[in-house]
Design a binder for this molecule. Structure first.
Ligand SMILES: [Zn+2]
Ligand SMILES: [Zn+2]
Ligand SMILES: [Zn+2]
Ligand SMILES: [Zn+2]
Ligand SMILES: [Zn+2]
Ligand SMILES: [Zn+2]
Length: 527
């Protein structure tokens, strides 16, 4: 019995009516109403044995024992486990008289079994067995070869020892009415290719100065800006003088330092003299102790003044020079704490400044930070040391490259994103702080990948399917695959189910999918 399913399909602009047969379509897909009248449309054989009821011409056995047409009969009929689990009622090996009784079509190779049920010829007892097995485990929704559940419990899905895996449930092959029809409806195929690529994640990002290479400069003293030597954009080296502040604080502390130094010298001389006298018994020990206390106090004042000067930025050689030159000059040089460029300038000559007034900012822009907002759902694949490229929105400078160096520990409650940070090299200074753009994070190593056009991959029941053109024209075998997106929108990577060099249907794959869907919902008519 052959059923044809008529279908209407729109391809491109032209609506074409084509006919297709779903090979070995399974009657249990049909609604009960249609199934129940199937026997009525079955063609009767020339010599129907009265007692057998309706006859399955296609499989050469009485319809009521044809497990190929009615898979569910496997559950109710007694099966002969000696002879390939065919129904006992048609096992011509156990009951040779059945051949005549039911007019059974016998195996042409003389195996003494019904021809479509001969296990010696590799025919199995299930309708599924006649369909091509694409290796997909339907029970667990993954390739059988990778299905740990099936591996750990092989018996659970081996239907009857007949070698048929119930977890597989092959999809029906799509047969167009004729080979010509394929070109008429515009089916196209493409070769499956292999390429090298890496997977990438895109996210919004914003540049910032590298906080480890950025300094905000304050005068540290109250006073007036006597000189301003640096301007915006000036490249400076660590130690370069940016400005000079005239500050009474500075001369005050210098004077304090000089006084303390003199007091310390005096206290030391006094102590040394008294110590000598004390040893000869000329002065009491108490006097020696008093002079030692005075020396220690002088040293403490000295250290206090010294520390104040160090806080203003004077170093040891400068402190020595202040003493040597008896310097009480009120000028304080403001120097660059790191190599970089002046990126902010507030300093105006003659202006009064407070100790905490920012007068300059210096940044080393040869490296920039990039703040990337990664969605919560993507964050698990993002790790430090991954490569990052960044393109600024709205300009076509070549993208900057860098490396991820920090992944945030919290999710922003408003945006549901996590901040990650990358360091970008910026040798020519093209990147600026606070620029918006797109970051591309390379997740995982570069690898060889099997690539197909996106249109070739159709989704059916939550599983990706491609269609492989068969040698016989107009015949397409569905193959379930594992596909994942690539950074190129128009192609997908197939990680299981296809090999380079195979051909797949591209344009028209959707049409073929609707064919097997129609078969499944029984929207056809029987003939
Ligand atoms: Zn049948
Ligand atoms: Zn038997
Ligand atoms: Zn045989
Ligand atoms: Zn499985
Ligand atoms: Zn399985
Ligand atoms: Zn890949």
């Amino acid at each position: 019995m052959k059923r044809f399913i008529a279908l209407g399909a729109a391809m491109g602009l032209a609506a074409l009516i084509i006919g297709a047969a779903v090979a070995a379509a399974r009657p249990d897909w049909l609604p009960a109403a249609i199934r129940s009248h199937l026997p009525l449309v079955a063609k009767l054989p020339e010599t129907p044995p009265e007692e057998a009821g309706l006859y399955c011409k296609e499989h050469g056995v009485p319809e009521k024992f044809c497990t190929l047409c009615h898979e569910e009969l496997n559950k109710t009929l007694k099966l002969c486990d000696e002879h390939g689990n065919i129904p006992e009622d048609i096992c011509t090996q156990c009951h040779p008289d059945l051949e005549k009784k039911y007019n059974i079509g016998m195996c042409p190779k003389g195996h003494g079994l019904p021809k479509e049920f001969c296990f010696k010829c590799g025919k199995a007892n299930s309708a599924s067995a006649t369909l091509p097995d694409d290796g997909w485990c339907v029970t667990h929704g993954k390739p059988e070869a990778l299905c740990l559940e099936c591996k750990s419990d092989p018996k659970s899905h081996d239907a009857s020892g007949g070698g048929v895996k119930v977890c597989r449930q092959p999809l029906p092959t799509v047969k167009l009415g004729s080979a010509k029809l394929a070109s008429q409806v515009g089916l196209q195929t493409a070769e499956v290719v292999e390429e090298s690529h890496a997977h990438k994640l895109n996210a919004n990002a914003e540049t910032a100065y590298d906080a480890n290479r950025y300094a905000e400069i304050t005068p540290r003293v109250t006073g007036f800006l006597k000189e301003v030597r640096a301007d915006l954009g000036k490249a400076v080296k660590q130690g370069d003088v940016l400005a000079v502040v005239d500050s009474a604080d500075v001369s005050g502390v210098k004077a304090q330092y000089l006084t303390a130094q003199a007091a310390q010298e005096l206290a030391r001389a006094t102590y040394n003299r008294i110590k000598m006298l004390s040893q000869s018994g000329a002065v009491p020990a108490k006097t020696e102790l008093e002079s030692l206390t005075a020396l220690n106090q002088a040293k403490a004042s000295m250290r206090e003044a010294e520390q104040k000067l160090k806080n203003y930025g004077f170093d040891e050689p400068q402190l020595d020079r202040i003493i040597k030159e008896n310097d009480t000059n009120s000028s304080l040089a403001i120097v660059a704490p790191l190599d970089g460029t002046v990126v902010v300038r507030h300093a105006v000559r003659g202006e009064p400044v407070q100790s905490t007034t920012p007068i300059f900012s210096i940044a080393d822009t040869s490296r920039m930070w990039l703040w990337i907002d990664v969605y919560e759902s993507d964050i698990s694949v993002v790790k430090p040391d991954q490569k990052v490229t960044f393109s600024v929105s709205g300009n076509d400078f070549p993208a900057s490259t860098g490396t991820l160096n920090w992944v945030g520990t919290e999710v922003n409650q408003q945006t549901r994103t996590t901040r990650v940070r990358a360091e970008l090299s910026n040798p020519e200074g093209k990147l600026r702080a606070n620029q918006f753009g797109q970051a591309e994070i390379q997740i995982g190593e570069e690898h060889k990948a099997v690539i197909v056009p996106k249109v070739a991959v159709q989704r059916k029941d939550g599983v990706d399917v491609v269609f492989l053109p068969q040698e016989e024209g107009g015949v397409y075998r569905p193959q379930r695959v594992v596909a994942k997106p690539t950074s190129r929108g128009e192609v997908l990577e197939v990680t299981w189910g296809l090999k380079p060099g195979q051909r797949v249907v591209t344009k028209g794959a959707f049409l073929l999918k609707t064919e097997i869907m129609k078969g499944a919902i029984g929207a056809g008519c029987c003939e």
